[in-house]
Design a binder for this molecule. Sequence first.
Ligand code: UDP
Length: 459
Amino acid sequence: MEKKGRKPHVLIVPNTGQGHITPMVQFGKRLVTKGIKVTLVTSVYLSKSMHVDPESSIAIETISDGFDEIGPQKAGVDSKVYFPSFRINGSRTLAELIEKLANNGQPATAIVYDGLLSWALDVAKQYGLLKVAFFTQSCAVNSINYHVNRKLLPLPITGSHVSLPELPPLLPTETSLFLLVYGKTSPPHLQELVSNQFSNMDEADWVLFNTFYKLEEKIVDWMAKLWKVVTVGPTLPSMYLDKRIEDDKDYGIKLFKPKTSDCLNWLNDKPIGSVVYVSFGSVAKLSQEQTEELAWALKGMNCYFLWVVRDSLETKLPNKFIEETSDKGLIVSWCPQLAVLAHESIGCFVTHCGFNSVLEALSLGVPMVAMPQWIDQPTNAKFVEDVWGTGIRVLPDEKDLVERQVLQKAIKDIMEGEKGKVIKKNAMKWKELAKEAIDEGGSSDNNINEFVAALFGSS
Ligand code: UDP
């Protein structure tokens, strides 16, 4: 197959889920501005429900996860069935797609695959393409997962602390291995999925992280001894950071429709720093009891709140809560989170600490109340509080409940207290450093340019 001299063509293959698609697509947008053709490869089912910006510079192609017609949720399958199905069907259909594109005169140069879909590396290898892993979680979290994969951190964790190179000592509950419910061990198949990301990693040509160098300096340097590791984040739209890409104002591909004007009109007449923004991302589900406890915490406080309660979870709110708090609160099923975090009325962000939300808050200088739920979130929350100094963690009691007083104290400490002043100062520092990283000549910008040069060298 004659490849030399063509415009490089990158296939981006994220795991399904907003928090995986967004950063990889945003990275793709940066590549497009540097002369690369980018195609997003997603599941057939998901492609039917995605809201795509009509101006999008990224093409879309589909592969099968085995649930093309009704999707995994309606099919009632859990991750134990889903991920093996995606591996088998995805490998086959990704290979077919690579062949189709080559026959249509648009041969792929590289596969940039989500770490969780490590089978995509094997497909890329089969066709002689550049094999590029992309991680949507932090370097710290991936170091933990790597150590498990190489049996350098045996499970179950028995000691009181986990000590790994270039990471602060972590309590077992602060490692990403305690999935599903905060503080409880995950089922083996999920641990396996997370750790298997590293099984074939030694064959990757590049390992990209949606983080930035100064945020995780020591651990990035440590990982760079293992593989060709580079940081390419934060992947927020350019207009929130370096402003070099004028039409990059928003995440171009969304799985949920935000209530943009409802949120922004409501925020517009609120005083500066007076609103608590609350969101637990696209996946986490608070229990009935925790939802009620959070509701009472917000109702009992002397500040405004904007709370994202996804449609399926609204029934967990206390009876008449929306009517009774309408003078101070707005509840929406999905919001334009970047525009909300960038709004001057926001005083703090009560977050589950999904890594995208954390990066967004860091990049926009918003202090956090960190209320982690599962997967990597407890580790992220530890870093938010103890390493980056941009938030306060709220931890559950022995019944797994973060009590209303604990929540209220953390919010008050940030909005009004002396501690809040220090946290806000740190938040502004990270905001500057995030922008610097992706701006011209910054660490992430340089890394992206190096990657682009390698793509041109391979096409
Ligand atoms: N998000 C949004 N509107 C909302 C809630 C979340 O646009 O109402 C976006 C948020 O900006 C982030 C993503 O959804 O980019 C959530 O990713 P994260 O990694 O924080 O959490 P996950 O959903 O993967 O648990």
